[in-house]
Design a protein around this ligand. Structure first.
Ligand SMILES: *Cc1c(COP(=O)(O)O)cnc(C)c1O
Length: 345
């Protein structure tokens, strides 16, 4: 099966498994796992932050960051295309008891400082407190869009002036850094906290790393234990993260080229249109509406043909390129899609 449903579909490579098998380990919960500590230092360095903490998942990075930054009843400003809003089971309301104030301009999931200001609650005894701005880079639902640096800096500087804290959902931060050719630390500067997922394009089986100031990370460690995320001999999975940071970053450019190839192939395919303005990284949304078919029918036909696409809603499908999909397989996926749409191959 050529699995383009998500970049979480990767399996650890033989070399990654060997790094995992040979990892030095200790009790992570007591701060005694040397491999976890090495990974945390590495990500603090990578993001230009003072400190970092290894987490079981990206979702937990978001949970903990909101919990540390906000008090109950505070408002979080973010784009409507935010994983935090549509894919985390209502976690912000459950764990942190915050309100979400969503910006809906801009199909690519990016926004401006001015749009943040427009969302601020006026001071008053009847108003919730505006507390935090969340940026997702790359923006998943926005088509894997990489935020232009000027836009990021506008948002973080505006938020700071307005007395708001800032959090970066960097599930695919490294895709953004590679696509833009920019140091990831530059993409994180201006944020109070940020995180990187190890299980998306980086190809690890488990884990994400949350970074920020030393005092923020001390609080985050406390909250990690509160939410049951403290681990024991976690070096066995942290080793995969260290391996990925050494070997799987530069190759993200191949995933981006594969995604563009796929998108280019859609341009001359009747019955389907690209459902995003541009392909910055490894995510391609496309709409089979013009073919008269439903997305689930197209997904089903392609699965029968050995190719798995994701189904967003209605007539929209998603393809995500990653470590386990070669450029030849992207060609095969394109042919399977043509057959599913009843087009000659
Ligand atoms: C996948 C993802 C998450 C959640 O990460 P998990 O490691 O799956 O828990 C959060 N934000 C974005 C943008 C994601 O793509």
């Amino acid at each position: 099966m050529i699995d383009l449903s998500s970049d979480t579909a990767t399996r650890p490579t033989a070399a990654m498994r060997s790094a995992m098998a040979n990892a030095e380990v200790g009790d992570e919960q007591r701060g005694e796992d040397p491999t976890v500590r090495a990974l945390e230092e590495r990500v603090a360095d990578l993001t230009g932050m003072e400190a970092a903490v290894f987490m079981p998942s990206g979702t937990m990075c978001n949970i903990v960051a909101l919990f540390v930054h906000c008090d109950a009843g505070d408002e979080v400003i973010l784009h409507t295309h935010s994983h935090l809003r549509y894919s985390e089971n209502g976690g912000p309301a459950v764990h942190s008891r915050v309100l979400l104030n969503a910006i809906s301009h801009g199909a690519d999931g990016t926004f401006t400082g001015e749009q943040v200001i427009a969302r601020l609650q006026p001071a008053g005894h009847q108003k919730p407190r505006s507390r935090l701005v969340v940026v997702e880079n790359t923006n998943n639902r926005g088509g894997g869009s990489a935020w232009p640096v000027s836009r990021l800096e506008d948002v973080t500087a505006t938020a700071r002036r307005a007395g708001l804290r800032t959090h970066l959902d960097g599930a695919r931060l490294m895709n953004a850094a590679v696509a833009l050719g920019i140091d990831p630390a530059r993409l994180c500067s201006g944020f109070d906290s940020c995180w990187v997922d190890l299980t998306k394009g980086l190809g690890c089986p488990v884990g994400a790393v949350l970074a920020g100031s030393a005092s923020f990370i001390a609080e985050a460690r406390w909250a990690k234990h509160l939410f049951g995320g403290a681990m024991r001999q976690a070096g066995i999975i942290a080793a995969a993260g260290l391996y990925a940071l050494d070997h799987h970053i530069e190759r993200l450019a191949d995933d981006h080229a594969a995604a563009r190839l796929l998108a280019d192939g859609l341009a001359d395919m009747p019955g389907v249109v690209l459902a995003q303005e541009r392909v910055d990284t490894n995510i391609v949304y496309f709409d089979v509406g013009p073919s008269g078919l439903r997305a689930e029918d197209v997904v089903g036909r392609c699965v029968g043909d050995g190719v798995r696409f994701g189904h967003l809603h209605g007539t929209v499908l998603r393809a995500v390129t990653h470590l386990d999909v070669t450029i030849d397989q992207v060609g095969a996926a394109r042919r399977a899609l043509r057959r599913a749409l009843g087009e000659p191959v």
